[in-house]
Design a protein around this ligand. Structure first.
Ligand SMILES: NC(=O)c1ccc[n+]([C@@H]2O[C@H](COP(=O)([O-])OP(=O)(O)OC[C@H]3O[C@@H](n4cnc5c(N)ncnc54)[C@H](OP(=O)(O)O)[C@@H]3O)[C@@H](O)[C@H]2O)c1
Length: 346
């Protein structure tokens, strides 16, 4: 199985180094000739969970240098979401007849690509494996996580199992028969835990200590949940049940709801949001594929997604340098919710 990894950052570099060390036929695509040349000189080094590996001789080129004569059974897209959307149409021509592109970004990327390029060309996937890039060529694996992959239409196909077997020689890969449900269950967490933490520069455990944090979390999560269910998603149980007890309207179950929140905090409460790291580095975030994706689908199906729309707008303002992440942001969001409710009731 010929494999191309596009995007040799934190995840792509970590997976590539482990794949090359196990003898998988892996070639790498960097953004341009300069970054390819730098990686060729440095090779790849991974430390951390899973043990240290080095890959000194790597087959790497700029993505634009792949073309006629190159054919891949799997193209793993390990760029950020926006780059994945831009690069996928250029690399789809590199697929062997039964080949597939495997995007591993959170949120709406795989679905959007499948709509544009055809479901026969796109598998779904996301990563529970965490990694950071110390510098180009040097990576640290942060946990013993896995890639979860599957068919966007559901079920388990022979091609998914083939890809899982191949990549599974390098890192842990699990197959889901309900990958779209799993993507959405993770998206609900990304929309609430990750984005809210980034906006107020806190962990979930910290912002859930305030009433404002609890209200905004609930509203954000439940808007996204409503959209997921309205478009027919069968949500998948990941770390916690994706549907809070008592949802949508059983107030009698409030104490059960609070236990559910505790379970979310126990699992995700202390993680520094990756979007906050994007803010700190002045990088564009993936908000349009997280809360922004929920807003787009919500609007298309006539649903109320005010909180997610406001959050998406705030993130864009922080990206432009107009605003900064601050814990006050949570109070502003909570106030807005109250104002809207008052406004709606007049
Ligand atoms: N890292 C994690 O622990 C983790 C966990 C779960 C999910 N994810 C998701 O996985 C995806 C990748 O994350 P990451 O942390 O690995 O990101 P990253 O460190 O920013 O790596 C992305 C890499 O893609 C390269 N790239 C961008 N455009 C390209 C192009 N057109 N052709 C070839 N390469 C290109 C970037 O190069 P430049 O540096 O030149 O831009 C960078 O090296 C994201 O969607 C992220 O949300 C990451």
């Amino acid at each position: 199985m010929q494999i191309l990894i596009v995007g040799i950052g934190a995840l792509g570099g970590t997976i590539a180094a482990r794949a090359i060390r196990t003898g998988l036929p892996v070639r790498l695509a960097a953004r341009n000739t300069d970054s390819a040349e730098a990686l060729r000189r440095s090779g790849l080094r991974v430390s951390g969970i899973g043990g240290e590996v080095r890959a000194d001789a790597i087959d790497v080129a700029a993505v634009e240098d792949y073309g006629k004569g190159d054919q891949f059974d799997v193209i793993l897209l390990a760029t950020k979401a926006q780059d994945a959307l831009e690069i996928a149409p250029h690399v789809v021509g590199l697929l062997a007849p039964e080949g597939v592109i495997l995007p591993i970004q959170n949120g709406g990327v795989a679905r959007v690509l499948a709509d544009r390029l055809g479901e026969d060309k796109i598998l779904g996937g996301f990563s529970n494996l965490g990694a950071t890039m110390v510098e180009p060529g040097v990576y640290e694996q942060k946990n013993a996580g896995h890639l979860l992959i599957g068919e966007l239409a559901g079920g388990v196909s022979e091609r998914v199992e083939r890809v899982a077997r191949a990549l599974g020689r390098a890192i842990e890969v699990k197959v889901s028969s309900n990958l779209t449900g799993a993507i959405w269950s993770k998206l609900l967490i990304n929309c609430s835990v990750t984005t809210l933490g980034a906006l107020c520069s806190q962990t979930m455990r910290q912002y859930m200590e305030t009433e404002a944090g609890k209200n905004v979390f609930r509203r954000t999560y439940e808007e996204a949940l409503s959209v997921a269910l309205a478009i027919g998603t069968r949500l998948e149980h990941l770390a916690v049940d994706p549907i809070p007890p008592g949802w949508p309207s059983n107030f009698a179950a409030e104490e059960h709801y609070e236990s559910w929140v505790e379970a979310v905090i126990a699992f995700y409460g202390d993680i520094k949001p990756s979007m906050l790291q994007d803010f700190e580095r002045g990088r564009k975030t993936e908000i349009d594929f997280i809360n922004g994706y929920v807003v787009a689908l919500g609007h298309a199906s006539g649903m109320l997604v005010h909180m997610n729309a406001t959050i998406t707008d705030l993130v864009h303002q922080i990206e432009r340098g107009v605003l900064q992440p601050t814990r006050e942001r949570m109070n502003e969001l909570a106030d807005q919710t109250c104002e809207r409710i008052r406004g709606n009731s007049i």
